[in-house]
Write a protein of this length. Structure first.
Lengths: 297, 271
């Protein structure tokens, strides 16, 4: 009996709590948001803010301890040292090259999976594009280390032509990064091509355009926003990468490597270097946003 | 578009080449794990299962796998809770700064891993060290959870946007408390989205190396870190080959699960 009464009272208080929460949407919202915002805004954004503030600090050259004195020396050094400029230009160049290569390689694959292959097979082909994304990043880079190593698959394939593989270095880095991010480019292009209304293509053909003309004047303009959307991934993922370069890049250095090598001894300089990819990516996103591509992400 | 015969053949060839480029490296990793040779020369001089039995007993790799699983489970649990909370807040409420919240959620994965990594590293150093808490598995989980929130959020928010709030209102009109409505109506609606998001979060954490490098304490080695450290040691190469092959084989599991879950959320965004 008593337990029944307790249970009833319990149910009543649950009901009261639910009711009072229901009447106060602001309170509900606050309860929903407080924990995640504490995590993201305080822990994450707070850490980022301190990091970027520390880009304006300096270090004691003997102890490598961070000295909290406001100075723009790091940025001055960043813009005036030829090595840094060279590395920044090289990193942006690599990111652009990877993006261009991905776009060129992705187009025939996406065109085939979206419009040429039998409709029955298309979902399966999409899965086949997605599958490598689940394979470990490091294993994929390692695979390219195996391919490009001396006497590896690349050497073996090119030997009949009297050539040898590119070995480790800048071309290997571009190649490997292209491989890593290719699915991110294929998928948006596939989606755009699959959604292309067939009657637009028919209309173009009725008006006398051949396949090439239809491609240039109808298909390409409608697919470009998706290429831009895919390029957000290929560009920003390439720009921040430093592991791939370490594994297949030989002595090549990109921004990430410079940041990495400065962390122990000169954190403020590492922070200043770290702002470079962030700024470039934000500028890239702003430029892309003008094409309206971010809505199709 | 009426493609000519040659155009069709060219596209087929291009696509075949594309798929070959995608899959040959993964197959190579599988074949290479059976190579008796320590070098990566092609073709392998023979095939042997010897290194597989050596790798099974490699304590370093096994420990690293275990650490990776623990970090992945911890990060996924946190991401599931926080991501779902934000998804409900953003889709079921209107408030000032709603777009900013969605933006901040994406930020940890949009910024280069090394930036997130050193930011968290120096924050942990300045805040936790004075409290006597050093870097360890705990800090790895915190770091991973930060960039895993977005995948749970994306999946759950997408589901909530498509399922109208009127179902919950109907349940409450029929006398259910909001808790009861959540348990009986809302939760079953988002369950598969939670599964998909959780799966993605775990995969993301399991695969992560950069943030891990900066948040792991001494002695805490996840599987990617173990592979990275041992990759360039010729002595360890055969074991690394086997571990890499295992990871390629394991990647089939999430694909299978993702296909079993209703396609919409699972196949959409890995990001």
């Amino acid at each position: 009996m008593a337990t029944d009464a307790n249970a009833a009272a319990g149910r009543g208080s649950v009901r009261r709590l639910a009711g009072s929460l229901h009447r106060r949407p602001r309170l509900r919202l606050a309860l929903l948001l407080s924990a995640p915002l504490l995590w993201l805004a305080v822990l994450y954004l707070g850490s980022l803010a301190v990091l970027f503030a520390s880009a304006f600090w300096t270090t004691n050259s003997f102890t490598s301890q961070v000295v909290r004195v406001w100075t723009t020396d790091n940025f001055h050094e960043l813009f005036t040292t030829p090595v840094f400029r060279e590395v920044v230009v090289r990193s942006v160049g690599v990111a652009l090259a990877v993006t261009a290569l991905c776009a060129v390689l992705a187009f025939p694959v996406a065109f085939y999976t979206a419009r040429v292959a039998r409709p029955r097979w298309r979902p399966l082909l999409v899965v086949a594009i997605l599958t490598p994304l689940w394979a470990s990043y490091l294993v994929k880079v390692y695979a390219w280390r195996l391919i490009l190593s001396q006497g590896g698959l690349a050497d073996w394939l090119l030997a009949p032509f009297g050539l040898s593989g590119p070995g480790f270095g800048l071309p290997a880095t571009v190649l490997t990064l292209t491989y890593l991010w290719l699915p991110y480019m294929i998928l948006p292009i596939h989606t755009a091509l699959a959604q292309l209304p067939a009657n637009l293509l028919d209309a173009s053909a009725d008006l006398g355009a051949r396949a090439g003309r239809t491609f240039r004047s109808v298909v390409l303009p409608m697919v470009l926003p998706s290429v831009a959307a895919g390029s957000v991934f290929t560009f920003s993922l390439s720009l921040g990468d430093y592991i791939t370069v370490q594994i297949v890049g030989g002595k090549t250095q990109l921004i990430g490597n410079l940041v990495y090598s400065d962390i122990e001894l000169n954190l403020p300089m590492a922070a200043a270097l770290g702002t470079v990819p962030v700024v470039v990516i934000v500028l890239y996103l702003l430029a892309i946003r003008r094409t309206g591509a971010l809505n199709s992400l | 578009m009426h493609l000519g015969r040659t155009a069709r053949i060219a596209l087929r060839a291009g696509a075949a080449l594309g798929f070959a480029v995608i899959y040959v490296p993964l197959l190579l990793v599988l074949v290479n794990s059976f190579s008796p040779d320590r070098s990566a020369s092609w073709p392998p001089p023979g095939l042997t299962g010897h290194w597989w039995s050596v790798a099974v007993h490699n304590s370093g790799a096994r420990q690293a796998l275990w650490v990776s699983v623990k970090a992945g489970l911890g990060a996924t649990a946190i991401a599931l809770v926080l991501g779902t909370l934000i998804a409900f807040a953003v889709t079921r409420h209107r408030f000032f700064g709603r777009d900013t919240v969605s933006f901040v959620v994406v930020l940890p994965i949009a910024l280069p891993g090394i930036v997130t990594g050193i930011a968290l590293n120096s924050a942990f150093g300045t805040v936790l060290q004075p409290l006597g808490v050093g870097l360890g598995l705990f800090t790895v989980i915190v770091g991973h959870a930060t960039f895993c929130i977005v995948v749970v959020f994306n999946n759950v928010a997408a589901r909530l946007r498509r399922s109208a709030a009127s179902y919950e209102e109907a349940a409450m009109d029929l006398g259910a408390t909001s808790f009861r409505a959540f348990a009986d109506v809302t939760f079953p609606l988002v369950r598969s989205a939670l599964l998909a998001g959780g799966l993605l979060a775990f995969a993301l954490s399991f695969d992560e190396i950069v943030v891990t490098t900066f948040t792991a304490g001494p002695g805490i080695e996840t599987l990617p870190i173990w592979i990275f450290d041992n990759m360039t040691r010729p002595q360890q190469a055969p074991v690394v080959n086997v571990v890499a092959a295992v990871l390629v084989l394991l990647s089939v599991i999430p694909i299978y699960v993702a296909q079993r879950l209703s396609g919409d959320t699972a196949t959409s965004s890995r990001v």
